[in-house]
Design a binder for this molecule. Structure first.
Ligand code: GUN
Ligand code: ZN
Length: 435
């Protein structure tokens, strides 16, 4: 394969930024270049240095004056909810029962699942997201469609068939044995095929009987390297109902702990209303709290204490995500704009460096995949986003007075969406322009 040389302004994080002036937390090159071969970044640095390493037949793409960053990572969303987005409901449980569960029933049809999978990846790429962690429906057909399309597009995706055996319509229920067997089949068929990762996915404690939680525990023991994803502490009524279903547990987090599901590969969506004890337990286990700001606002679930959880004596690992279709935008820029506003309401500051850290290296670390994605480091997958902070007339006008990189990032986050995504490269191949 030939080499590709991308020229532009490079930005990649080295560690979590301490404050807005923490220029040591990132690598920035104002006239930079990336050299890409066979889907990997083989050189990164100043244009003069990197272009000197490129062979004569390298294809050069000049993205100046735009910013070149690692592709965004979305840590939590629901593939079968593309037609649930923008559903008018008072709260989480009403939204699930009225819109979400009926819609997910349609994914028993493989043709429907395949059609939605095409749209799903188109939207991710359109919004600059190159890796996402997704819930499929209960049906194996939905996971097959999800992973087949990821393989076709050569995208690094994490996903799993949800296991759910109660408190949902008949068409959405498996059994402990079925959930176990089908998850094993999906692992055998799809895990590490191309860039696919299968996640063990009990939907949440409300929709799993104790017997299904035991089956989940068996899977987690058999496949200790796999991610586990589920929901935790999203909404007060949800928490109350969950604790009634598991009266022996001391709190919601303890339910998952009792079934051996608290570990450093476990991704808990939401975690808005955790007690100190629960946050300590998560911290000790190295589990990740995945913040889904547009969803939390849309469903009125609550204000996630991101900064407070991160600065505890026992800090909790954080991820950020869209939570489509409870979430209201596919854009990680829109997502971090809402995350910023939630911290404002809590009297906290989330600075733009932190936001971009979370969307890239932060999420990659929370996924234990930072050796492959989330940076522009040599050897990483060439999953890349190119950003234009003057993408709309209003943004261009504001850009006239923007002087610093953090100001530019903040403008992109505050006003940007898919229009600010000039190009998305998946394993070194331009994917947005190919949609
Ligand atoms: N809890 C269990 N399932 C879901 C879901 O699909 N979306 C959200 N936001 N919360 C959930
Ligand atoms: Zn969710």
């Amino acid at each position: 394969m030939t080499h590709t040389l991308l020229r532009g302004r490079l930005l990649s994080f080295l560690r979590a930024p301490q404050d807005l002036g923490d220029s040591g937390s990132y690598f920035y090159e104002s006239d930079g270049a990336l050299l890409i071969k066979d889907g990997l970044i083989v050189a990164c640095g100043a244009y003069d240095t990197v272009s000197a390493q490129a062979p004569a037949n390298a294809v050069t793409v000049d993205h100046r004056p735009h910013l070149i960053m690692p592709g965004f990572i979305d840590m939590h969303l629901h593939f079968p909810q593309m037609q649930v987005i923008a559903s008018y409901a008072a709260n989480l449980l009403e939204w699930l029962n009225t819109y979400t569960f009926p819609e997910e029933c349609r994914f028993v049809e493989s043709a429907h699942a395949a059609r939605i999978a095409t749209h799903f990846y188109d939207e991710l790429v359109r919004h600059g997201t190159t890796t996402a962690v997704a819930y499929c429906s209960v049906h194996k057909t939905s996971a097959d469609a999800f992973f087949a399309e990821a393989l076709r597009r050569n995208m690094r995706m994490v996903g799993g068939k949800v296991m759910m055996d109660r408190n949902a319509p008949q068409g959405l229920l498996d059994t402990p044995q079925m959930g176990y067997d089908e998850t094993r089949q999906i692992i055998a068929q799809w895990h590490r095929k191309g860039r696919n990762h299968v996640a063990i996915t009990p939907r949440f404690a409300i929709t799993s009987t104790p017997a299904q939680m035991e089956a989940t525990q068996a899977l987690a023991r058999e496949f200790p390297d796999l991610h586990i994803q589920t929901h935790l502490s999203e909404n007060h009524d949800e928490i109350k109902f969950t604790c009634e279903l598991y009266p022996e547990a001391i709190d919601y987090t303890d339910i998952y702990a009792r079934y051996g599901l608290l570990g450093d590969k476990t991704l808990f969506g939401h975690c808005i209303h955790l007690s100190d004890r629960e946050a300590d337990a998560m911290s000790e286990a190295g589990s990740v709290a995945v913040h889904c700001p547009t969803s939390n606002l849309f469903l009125g679930s609550g204000l996630f204490p991101l900064k407070a959880l991160a600065r505890r004596e026992k800090p909790v690992r954080i991820g950020v995500a869209t939570d489509i279709g409870g979430g209201s935008s596919y854009s990680m820029l829109r997502t971090m704009d809402e995350a910023y506003k939630i911290q404002q309401l809590l009297g906290e500051r989330l600075n733009p460096l932190e936001s971009y850290y979370h969307m890239t290296l932060g999420n990659a670390r929370s996924l234990s995949l930072a050796d492959r994605i989330g940076t522009l480091d040599v050897g990483s997958d060439a999953d890349i986003v190119v950003l234009n902070a003057a993408a709309t007339p209003a943004m261009a006008l504001k850009m006239e007075v923007v002087k610093t990189l953090p100001e530019e990032l903040f403008l992109l986050q505050t006003m940007g969406d898919d229009r600010a995504i000039v190009e998305t490269y998946v394993a070194g191949v331009a994917a947005k322009s190919a949609i």
